[in-house]
Design a protein around this ligand. Structure first.
Ligand code: XIL
Length: 329
């Protein structure tokens, strides 16, 4: 078999994959061969571990943490505060009225205590706050129940609670479209203000949900430079390269078009060239999946449309992109 990614990058950064209870079985061999880190794709999100007040469900999350332990892999935690996959009860009081700020922050503290505390010493990093920056317009923050009820303070509070629960964990702010100049500048402004407030934040996660057309390598480089200027470590946390433009909603494409794999290989080569160049600030690179037999992009943004975003094909064989990357390291 081909050389392991984790050996290629051993001197530079951890290499990870998002997994779930199905893929740790169906991809076990190649996961163990290539990766030294995992992230739970859904199983540590709020609604997964804390579906009702006072009810914690850790079975699937534990299964994945045990998998990491068995294979001596590191694990990142994902995620504590998000506007998606978060249960409604959190934002309501016992009368079914909107929860007040004190109640919401108290619930957040107790959630973070319990979840981060449970995996203390097993997870080395957490995506504490996910996707709070607004994509469009002048507003810095996305509208959400978090913001409505608690105001912007919930962000710094989440970092404080996470740091209290595990002072050794590396704490990240994580977002997508992170390389688009306007959103990049807003992410920068948010993290800068958190640092100025003394919030315990240690890294920025660039989700890196990219495609063959966007973003440009110049934009990625500019984003890395700007975020690194804050003195924090950076990770790509959810890397994939879709073969479709984001606004391409055609649903009838069932096979790769000629040239797609070659273009994807070129793009991946460019990306890993940058990662090598900036290896001193980049501490981890995690793919959002591992091979083309399973990717969330098969259902997003077009439900049921196959995509081919990974370095390995559906049979777990290296694609042209793998060869280009291997030649670089
Ligand atoms: C996605 C999962 O991959 C899907 O299975 C789920 O249905 C929705 O969430 N940004 C994130 C991830 O931070 O948590 C998302 O994961 C992908 C986008």
């Amino acid at each position: 078999t081909e050389q392991a990614l984790k050996d290629l990058f051993a001197q530079h950064f951890r290499i990870g994959a998002a997994v779930n209870p199905r893929t740790i079985r169906s991809q076990e061999q190649m996961l163990a061969h290539h990766f030294n880190s995992i992230t739970a794709e859904n199983e540590m999100k709020f609604v997964s571990v804390h579906p009702e007040e006072g009810v914690y469900t850790f079975e699937d999350a534990d299964l994945l943490a045990d998998f990491a332990g068995r294979h001596q892999m590191a694990m990142r935690g994902h995620t504590l505060v998000w506007h998606n996959q978060t249960p409604d009860w959190l934002f309501e009081d016992s009368q079914g009225q909107p929860a007040g700020k004190a109640l919401l922050l108290e619930r957040l503290r107790s959630h973070i205590d319990t979840v981060v505390g449970r995996y203390k010493g097993r997870l080395y990093a957490w995506d504490v706050v996910n996707e709070v920056i607004a994509d469009e317009g002048d507003a810095l923050l996305r509208p959400s129940k978090w913001l409505d009820i608690a105001g912007p303070e919930f962000i710094a509070k989440a970092f404080e609670y996470a740091h209290d629960a595990d002072p050794d964990a590396i704490l990240f702010y994580n977002d997508y479209n992170e390389s688009h100049p306007a959103k990049r500048d807003k992410i920068y402004a948010l993290v800068k203000s958190l640092l100025e407030q003394g919030a315990p934040i240690h890294g920025i996660g660039l989700q890196a949900h990219w495609n063959l057309f966007d973003p440009s390598l110049d934009d990625i480089r500019a984003a890395i430079e700007k975020y690194a200027s804050l003195g924090l470590q950076l990770q790509l946390t959810e890397l994939d390269v879709s073969v479709f433009r984001f606004d391409d909603r055609r649903a009838d494409l069932t096979s790769l078009e000629p040239g797609m794999l070659e273009r994807q290989a070129e793009l991946y080569e460019g990306v890993f060239g940058l990662l090598k160049e900036y290896r001193d600030v980049i501490s981890g690179v995690t793919f959002w999946g591992a091979a083309d037999d399973y990717t969330w992009l098969d259902d997003f943004p077009v439900r049921g449309r196959k995509n081919w975003p990974m370095l390995f094909d559906a049979q777990h064989r290296p694609k042209p992109a793998y060869d280009r990357i291997a030649a670089l390291f």
